[in-house]
Design a protein around this ligand. Sequence first.
Ligand code: ZN
Length: 881
Amino acid sequence: MRSDDTPLIRLEDYRPSDWLIDTVDLDISLHPTKTRIRSQLALRPNPAGRPGAPLVLDGDELKLVAIRLDGLLIDEAAYSVTPQQLTLHAPPTRRFTLMIDTEVDPSANTKLMGLYLSSHVYCTQCEADGFRRISYFLDRPDVMSVYTVRLEARKLIAPVLLSNGNRVAAGELPGGERHFAIWHDPHPKPAYLFALVGGALDHVRQSYVTAEGRSVELAVYVEPGKADRAGWAMDCLVRCMRWDERVFGRNYDLDVFNIVAVSDFNMGAMENKGLNIFNDKYVLADPQTATDGDYASIEAIIAHEYFHNWTGNRITCRDWFQLCLKEGLTVFRDQEFSADERSRPVKRIADVRTLRTTQFSEDAGPLAHPVRPRAYKEINNFYTPTVYEKGAEVIRMLKLLVGEAAFRAGMDLYFERCDGTAATIEDFLGCFAETSGHDLTHFARWYEQAGTPTIVASGRYDAAARSYTLDLAQKTAPTPGQPEKQPVVLPVALGLVGGSGDLPLATTSEAYAGNGIVIFDQPSLSVTFTDVAEPPIPSLLRGFSAPVRLELDLDEAALLRLFSADSDPFNRWQAWQTVAMRALVEAGRDPGRLDALVTTGQALATGLRGFLTTQAPSDPAFAAQVLRLPALGDVAREIGRDVDPDAIQAAHRRLSTEIGHRLGPDLLDLRERLASAARYSPDAASAGRRALRNELLGLIALSAPDSGAQLAEAQFAAGDNLTDRLAALAAMTLIPGEAREALIARFAKTYAAEPLVLDKWLMAQALIPESGTLDRVRSLMQHPAFSLTNPNRVRALIGGFAANLTQFNRTDGEGYAFLAEIVIALDRTNPQVASRLLASFKSWRMLEPRRKALAETKLGMVANTPNLSRDVADIAERTLA
Ligand code: ZN
């Protein structure tokens, strides 16, 4: 389908469904190629709908086998059916039941939407609109029903049969070969939360009693033989359940909670009611096959999906435009959970890094869209960093704005008032307006306006008046469809840093909300602080209080002073990053200025030397974040136009090398001191030590390749955990030569039986910033570890390559050609994964003219390919627009 012919779905066109479905009874007989689904729907006219309207059910590649109305056959003229739609032209204007039989082929379902087989396990993925690939239905989130599901399968193939809710019956069928299970979910839910699983799976289990006293059986199901890797996920589940009771007063509401890990999954995981289905990458963990980063993301995603039980399931979305209602809020909740379980400042720094690399880049390019989009052609293309990560930032700002107490009260009110409904952003904000007394109309603009605002700030000290005036201005660049931008509400957390720490803040400004927060909601604002005893250094956007770019003209000395003296750890880190960023931007813009990096390297090394010896050992996780320079893509975006990726790469390497050279032996010393004899433990403190050690290793590899290579080899050999071994491999990839190739080969041999580990191996190679990488990637596609049908493999190798700034953006355009070729091939089997890959072109317009022209040609080639999926056609069209 060409995207031009695809209808645009608009928020303003929303109207309630004409029909409601009170109960759904499914009887599903699982078979690898011929699965039979009998669906009985209890329908009734929606009082809020149009009386006498036809009943139009959604389908997608469906085959209707039989249909009955109140048990009777229907005249053929009374309905029409296609694979996409089943219409009853004049249904009864009262309650009635519809029985629909369909048949699907799970083995042929390569889109991984609907019912499919993943390594012999039957599983489903229904969000956003996959249920219509199982049966004809009113597949929209505001149609909520109580489900009863009977599953039947061969015992040998699928001894485990799971669905949503509680299991109410199970047994064998005559003949002994097949068995069944019946599941009932008392909570009305939209079809996108339906799920089933059937397969031979191992599990771990644990009993849990909620704060309200409900006993819950928890289980994590994994591929046979992998149960010993499910313990961490279970541990995370128990911790996040307790946390939600304590922090949000939310208890679990069924007798069982099941998590299933599958190896073929388009996304991270899915919050199906009582039956979360996960990409196994976000469940399986042991020290040998998962890194510290994996442990942390498993913790975050287990929590995320669990938290959806209230923010997403008990209260769902009225329509898909409200996606951020559940996603932004749930990301906020999982971020807070991780912050409480680990180091809050380090978690914030990591989240802001992600926000900048993924969301700011989206906001700066052709795919920019509001947190709540107004129109879409393909909803699957809106599971984006803007909806998720920026959506979470909006909640964070809301909390700052209304304060802790009104925020909690607003959440309580939301849970109470909207429970059991399909809600909107307006419903949500209304609760906080009520509990805080704030008018949130202006704040709501965050949901409507795309683009990252920039704050331009400057300050003046008046010694005679002992006052300090801060001048702020805000602006947002145009984004597609939004040429004019309005000011947004920005909570600016700030401090004035004096010779011995924060100075007291006194001002009569109405914009000052107390607690060090200025509410900046106009195009410009001046705030004067009085009784300022000395010229201060402003520390703005503490904790990254708003998702904006900040332009503040502080000199290097002032920034380095903030780095050592700011009471806000985020801004200490930020000050450091700003020094590095400025130097990288300068040299990245003008390769003639590469040598100027020597001076910056020197200044940074001097600052680091003290820091590394005195403070780093007590907070190594923070120190690791300091050592890591801004990402190449972030530098590119700061440069903004005529970007030359090679120049940025050269600058990045040069600055790291300079710092490494100057610190020389200090790096080795510190690395020695951080070594630990203790057995591997994934806790945040130990992970922080490893993170710092491994950052140091990276610096050594760049500045002293010979000793770097030796250290990396030794670390790989001695490593009792994947974190250190992978870091050894990553450091080695920075050092071309035979030793590198040998370690790459050795790594593959060591982990030959571990697909998830080999994903990291594929990615490490795809990220090598050398011209040989494209050929390497092409040949890795032939490696037995790679497969174009498994999303994790594709994301690791092809996604990794697309994230390689210099090699994807090769001057000969071969990187673009390669990606275009893969996208076109993959689109035939898995459009969702294909369209996500294609979105890697999102920053093409900021490139220098030659690359820009090449990228445009290849994008055009994709756009003009016949029979594209709606997913890929939509991204191609918007990226080129
Ligand atoms: Zn989510």
